[in-house]
Design a binder for this molecule. Structure first.
Ligand code: ARG
Length: 719
């Protein structure tokens, strides 16, 4: 019985025709998918979801900053997104005296809203450009094909964007290069910070609770998009006015039940659901463990400084959060891939493909080729991660590696003074920005430890020539730790931290000055060596991988023509919709997880003064007084803070609106659950959950905790 179930599961996982699983292109929901949405509870017409002629839900969904989603919730351009999406802007707006990250902030009126360097993008339209791209690509393969793809992509984008700085476009490859879609955006560059709860609410539970359910995080923040007086996108100007959107989402405070319809619109960043068994094994054996080990070390040194000094905490907070987020993710991903035996599942699916492909020249060698390219690349995989996450895990080394361009320029015979001047001006600006973000103490420890770990872990044949021999020749005392002495000297003597030396260099730049800089020497030994010797191998591996992936997908579609209408392309940071239901789950034998968490449960986790589980006194008082306002859940007699759904989302969806059957906002998606962290590679229909902050908790935090009733008054609330 079990075996039969398994092989059905394998087949289905290849075809992706489960309910819940799927990140659909809103333009192309198709009859089958739309009907399924209706069957699951949707009450809207297709054109209410996506239309180019009429205002629809898609008009309220934005790309927020570089990698998040946001939604418009008022007719004055008000944006809801996650706290962790606004995190960098909040930290940047904060100072030790006005610590909005720690204490929260609500602009009392629009004139008090704080300018940011964020941009937001509205989707203007989607267009299928497959025929045009394919005509250009013809039968070309490999690097040649990618080059042509690049050229035609540039051309198409150029045609729609031209010189308009308030437009942008991408040509997104779907099904691993089997289809191409053009996405055109309107780019708004005046985005202001409206408010946030304190970090103790917005990041409650910290990294301990990250990627976990049950969860009590109020992961939201509020911004506003401004436009010129003509309502068109404009650069920041204090006279700009709140943008009047085509559409904004009403907010429901009616509450939710287990089984309710839930729909999410947003920008999932990347999945690889057609990853091969080879790729899965490389991840679980090498890539993930190496990354996790190196991030673990970096985080430890950063935390040690952040905990001592609020200024350092503000300085490193955003970078730390980003490193920590995927440190935990990649550890969990490995564990879940092993738990689900994703490797074995992939192998079974691949053996079916291999059987089908026999005698079909286009497809029959796909998997023997995969075996070859992985065999060729595997010996370098750990080394690559050591460079990107270890050696360049030192911010100083990552920064000076960027001098390579200046160095090369200075080495050129033609000595073009104009070009050099321009590059130096850039290097000078980059140094200023670097120094603002730099914490020397943690960085110096990171560098010493990364060098030591590299020496003991990476195959000696890949060590930079003579680097370690020289290091030990100069720093030989074991008691004082040669790596630490070396790193101390680097930090002491590099011109990065020495204004006088830097000034001399800028005034009279020479290639030698760069080559002899002790920090650049490290970058040169490791990073430049990697870039010349191993990066080309990686490039070749990736090109062949892309080519084989395209063929594998093409083959799968030919193998199962009847299922093609229910296939969805991997996430690639283009707008998608996913549908499912609010739903409890059983994480393990004998344990059931409820579908909501409450204020009461938040208070139960409270640890006064703790780095992750502290709460504002006002919060404690309000909860104890049961001051719920209009936001209590009738059944729970408490405010629901978070809930879970079966929706298929991934990183990039952060901040996405969770909508009920009527298209009203019931929450914001902000996380995935630990038990299904394999989701980028394999979606598990039993265990996968999206973790959402409840709209009622968002409003409670704004009104009761933040005292910003004027924001509530701007919303269209459905009771
Ligand atoms: N896991 C969340 C996501 O990727 C981010 C949560 C940020 N919080 C944190 N503790 N690092 O969307």
């Amino acid at each position: 019985m079990k075996k039969i179930l398994l092989s059905v599961a394998v087949l289905l996982s290849v075809l992706r025709s489960f309910a819940d699983e799927g990140m659909w292109i809103p333009l192309l929901l198709g009859q089958q998918v739309y009907k399924d949405m209706v069957k699951r509870g949707l009450k809207l017409k297709p054109e209410q979801l996506y239309s180019i002629n009429k205002a629809s839900i898609k008009d309220a969904i934005i790309i927020f900053g570089g990698g998040c989603t946001g939604e418009i919730v008022s007719n004055q351009g008000l944006i809801f997104t996650n706290h962790h999406c606004g995190y960098d802007a909040i930290a940047t707006a904060s100072s030790v005296e006005n610590n909005y990250l720690r204490d929260g902030f609500w602009a009392a009126e629009k004139s008090k809203e704080i300018p940011t360097s964020l941009t937001v993008k509205f989707l203007n339209r989607i267009e299928d450009v497959t025929a045009r791209v394919n005509a250009e690509l013809g039968n070309s393969v490999g690097a040649e094909r990618l080059k042509k793809q690049d050229a035609i992509t540039k051309k198409i984008i150029d045609e729609v964007v031209g010189t308009d700085e308030f437009k942008s476009a991408v040509v997104a490859s779907m099904f691993k290069g089997n289809q191409f879609f053009l996405y055109v955006y309107d780019v708004f560059k005046d985005v202001r910070f409206v408010g946030t709860p304190p970090e103790s609410i917005g990041k409650f539970g910290g990294d301990t609770d990250n990627w976990e359910w049950p969860r009590h995080t109020g992961d939201f923040s509020v911004f506003r998009v401004y436009a010129g007086k003509d309502n068109k996108p404009a650069a920041y100007n204090k006279d700009n006015v709140p943008y009047t959107p085509k559409y904004f989402l009403p907010v429901s405070i009616k509450g939710l039940n287990d089984g309710d319809y839930a729909m999410i619109f947003g920008y999932p960043g990347g999945t690889n659901r057609y990853e091969t068994s080879y790729g899965v094994k490389l991840k679980t054996d090498i890539e993930n463990p190496t990354l996790v080990k190196l991030r673990d070390m970096r985080l430890k040194y950063m935390y040690a400084e952040m905990i001592k000094d609020p200024a350092v905490k503000l300085q490193l907070a955003s970078s730390y959060a980003g490193i920590a987020n995927y440190w935990k993710f990649f550890d969990g991903e490995k564990k879940q891939l092993l738990k689900f035996d994703t490797y074995g599942q992939k192998q079974k699916a691949e053996s079916e493909f291999i059987t089908w492909a026999k005698g079909k020249p286009e497809f029959e060698n796909v998997f023997s080729e995969y075996a070859k390219i992985y065999d060729a690349w595997r010996p370098y995989a750990e080394y690559r991660t050591y460079i990107t996450e270890g050696i360049q895990g030192s911010p100083l080394i990552r920064f000076v590696a960027s001098w390579r361009g200046v160095f090369n320029r200075l080495m050129m015979k033609d000595n073009n003074p104009e070009a050099i001047k321009k590059m130096l001006a850039q290097a000078d600006a980059a140094r200023k920005a670097f120094l603002e973000s730099e914490n020397k103490k943690s960085d110096q420890n990171i560098l010493a430890t990364a060098l030591s770990m590299f020496n003991s872990d990476v195959d000696p044949s890949l060590h930079p020539k003579d680097f370690y021999a020289n290091l030990f020749a100069k720093y030989s005392s074991i008691e004082t730790n040669p790596y630490k002495q070396f790193a101390a000297d680097v930090f002491e003597n590099t011109m990065v931290f020495d204004d006088a030396k830097w000034k001399v260099f800028v005034e009279k730049p020479t290639a030698d000055a760069i080559a002899n800089d002790p920090a650049y020497k490290v970058a040169n030994a490791f990073v430049v060596e990697y870039a010349t010797k191993v990066a080309p191998k990686y490039q070749e591996f990736m090109e062949k991988n892309a080519e084989l992936g395209r063929l594998y997908l093409k083959g799968i579609m030919q193998m199962n023509p009847e299922k093609v209408a229910k296939m969805y392309p991997d996430a690639n940071f283009t707008m998608r919709t996913s549908y499912g239901n609010v739903k409890s789950y059983q994480p393990k034998d004998a344990v059931t997880y409820d579908y909501v968490c409450t204020l009461d449960g938040t208070l139960a986790k409270y640890v006064p003064g703790d780095y992750e589980f502290d709460l504002p006194q006002k919060f404690v008082d309000l909860v104890k007084a049961k001051d719920y306002g209009q936001y209590a859940d009738p059944k729970r007699k408490d405010v629901v803070v978070t809930f879970i759904t079966t929706n298929d989302i991934t990183g990039g969806n952060s901040g996405s609106p969770v909508l009920n059957a009527n298209g009203e906002l019931i929450g914001l998606a902000f996380d995935g659950n630990y038990e299904a962290l394999s989701h980028k590679i394999a979606f598990d229909s039993n265990l996968n959950r999206t973790i959402c902050v409840d709209a009622r908790y968002v409003l409670w935090c704004i009104e009761k905790l933040g005292g910003a009733k004027h924001i509530i008054d701007e919303l269209k609330i459905v009771k």
